[in-house]
Design a protein around this ligand. Sequence first.
Ligand code: FUC
Length: 785
Amino acid sequence: MNICLTRLFTVLCLLSLTDRVLAQKEPLRLWYNSPAKDWMTEALPIGNGHIGAMFFGDPDEERIQFSEGSLWAGGKNANAEYNFGIKEGAYQYLPKVRELLAAGKTEEAHKLANKEMTGAIHEKKENTPSSDFGAQQTAGDLFVKVSHTGPIKKFHRELNISDAVGKVTYEAGTGKFTRTFFGNYPSKVMVYKFTSTAPETYTIRFVSPHQKDYEQFTKNQYTFGGSLKDNHQEFETTYRIDTDGKPGFNDGILTITGAKKVTLIHTIATDYLMQFPAYKGNDYKKANKTVMAAAAGKTFEKLLAEQQKDYHNLFNRVSLSLGKPALKSIPTDQRQKAYYAGQADSGLEELYFQYGRYLMISSTRPGTMPMSLQGKWNDSTNPPWANDYHTNINVQMLYWPAEVTNLSECHLPLIDFTKSIVEPGKLAAKEFFDTRGWIVNTMLNAYGYTAPGWDFPWGFFPGGAAWLSQHLWEHYAFTGDKTYLKNTAYPIMKEASLFWMDYLTDDGKGNLVSAPSYSPEQGGISTGATMDHEIAWDILTNTIDAAAVLGTDADFAQKAKTIRDKILPLQIGKWKQLQEWREDVDDSTNKHRHVSHLFALHPGKQISLTQTPTEAQAAKVSLNARGDDGTGWSLAWKVNFWARLQDGNRAHKLFKSVMRPVSNKGTNMSDGGGSYANLLCAHPPFQLDGNMGSTAGVAEMLLQSQTGVIELLPALPEAWPTGQVKGLKARGNVTVDETWEAGKLSTVTLLSQTTQEKTIQYGSKITKVSLVKGQAKTLKAEDLN
Ligand code: FUC
């Protein structure tokens, strides 16, 4: 090549590199040209881990609705009889239930189990939001009225998820107005800033559905102390006002006159303690004082800089580029419609993927409550399903992206919470089944409700504990942190194993089965629902592996292995499906949203295309029969299933369905899944699990490591011919970057935190690589054999 041509080539390369860098630097945004009218479908979520807030952007009056994860009605203080749902001595009915099941008297077994083996719940009292199971609560709304004259022009409302900052801008008359919103985790505050080009009057009021115990305004700080009506849980919310105007407080309303700038630095704390059995005692007033004192010297700019550093440290670990974004120039709600109508827009897909990571960073951080069904966003005192922790898919799905999308720290609240429920869970195991170990069932609240739910068909699911324990193991599998494994994870996993070692029972043919069992939410009471067996296999396998890593408990591990290997093997039925039950009774027209018997395929690892191809094939038959519709989370689960089955196009189809524009707010239990204009996933109604499950699903399409082998681009769809992903994590604490072109892997870069050998696989190419701690290794596709 002559010099000129070489130069030209270099310039072109540089240009395309710069282009790429610029394209990556352009922030990911959800944006709209009108204010939100509706909380669930249009308002935009911000948070600082503890607090979830929604802003609307109405120029006349901003509404900032907020909640804090530990604000929970119910529990012992709502009803002294509350006993974590436990019915003492319920286990005495277990032999009879088993006997009836063995005799084929299913209806009688159901009747008895429904009467005696369901949790104790005490009904709603007058003027209270719920039964003593309780419900997560909204704290209330801050309303900020801004004076202005003239019609509104140039309205813009956005959520920039690259920076985790919400913005509203508009003009009225000759004035320009802006609002900036963000959550700051390190300082535990939310920050809301309002500006106007001319001095305006700002009127601020806090409205709460809870009892007002005290309210005060001193100097530049407003404080509201309240309590819940049913359980007298106390909380206090407070905000500091930084303004160039003149504040005055009268009758609960703060008026600031002559202001061009008003910033509210806001926090809330409750008296909740994540500690069995009292769950109370946090010195919330002191906690708030400490937060406000620490924030005292921090201006808006300083809090923003602190937040940016904290957020970018997590968010920027992963970047995804799926080609040229097409439709950034139209508002997100229209963009979503155009995309679903067939317009290619990989930029929207990147946005949706990263939105899950944004939502996770905003709602689950070390020291906070874990995400519940709606994450940390709840505007109600009586939210759907109590906005609780459902363990038969939902709370686990919420955390699926944590490790693989490099947000391992965000997993910790679930792990801490799991630790806190072992003690009540042991009581439940003892009283319902007379076993060792611990359990939780379908519905779990903030007050140790570990018993089965109060109706057998949806409420009976003791497998919840072992499934939660999978997260404890995965945190180790991804981080390799042996101290954590020894001190935190292993003892809890071992106890979860003990339950299954005692509960599984001989079927008379030498197999161990789960009885009674209930495949989540359908099919009736049974002996040997496949999901139970898969979950038992999973916890026993992980515990055996953990004992080996730690060099401990050899005898116990041997017993666990003997039991695991006697569990009734996975059954393939008459239409070649993976059986959901021990009996070959699956209905090939069943479209139920739960696809529980495929747990072994995802999030489990018992079934894989490479190691158990026959079962994988049967899983595929079952999944095809279930179809491609469902609730939001069900669609998201199917993205993950098809990714594990390495069918990228099908996974992509399902991912697209998750983004289907919907507006339905009622409850649809079968096929209403999609996303609202604010891209929050619709069950419907809103549940955050669908967002999180989809983010995890996209990661699964690009990288898998559940079998111990790092699989590169295992399910790349045709829709993403060219792209790159950086910063995903594989088990073994390896960070993986991949680039691909024309649907084929170009390069992979592996960065391991330990010196180790790893096997990587791309298609049929399997390569062993030696990784040196801290040294990135890049391989080209042609280097793989
Ligand atoms: C499970 C699911 C429902 C819903 C609820 C919160 O019971 O079967 O679809 O997601 O959790």
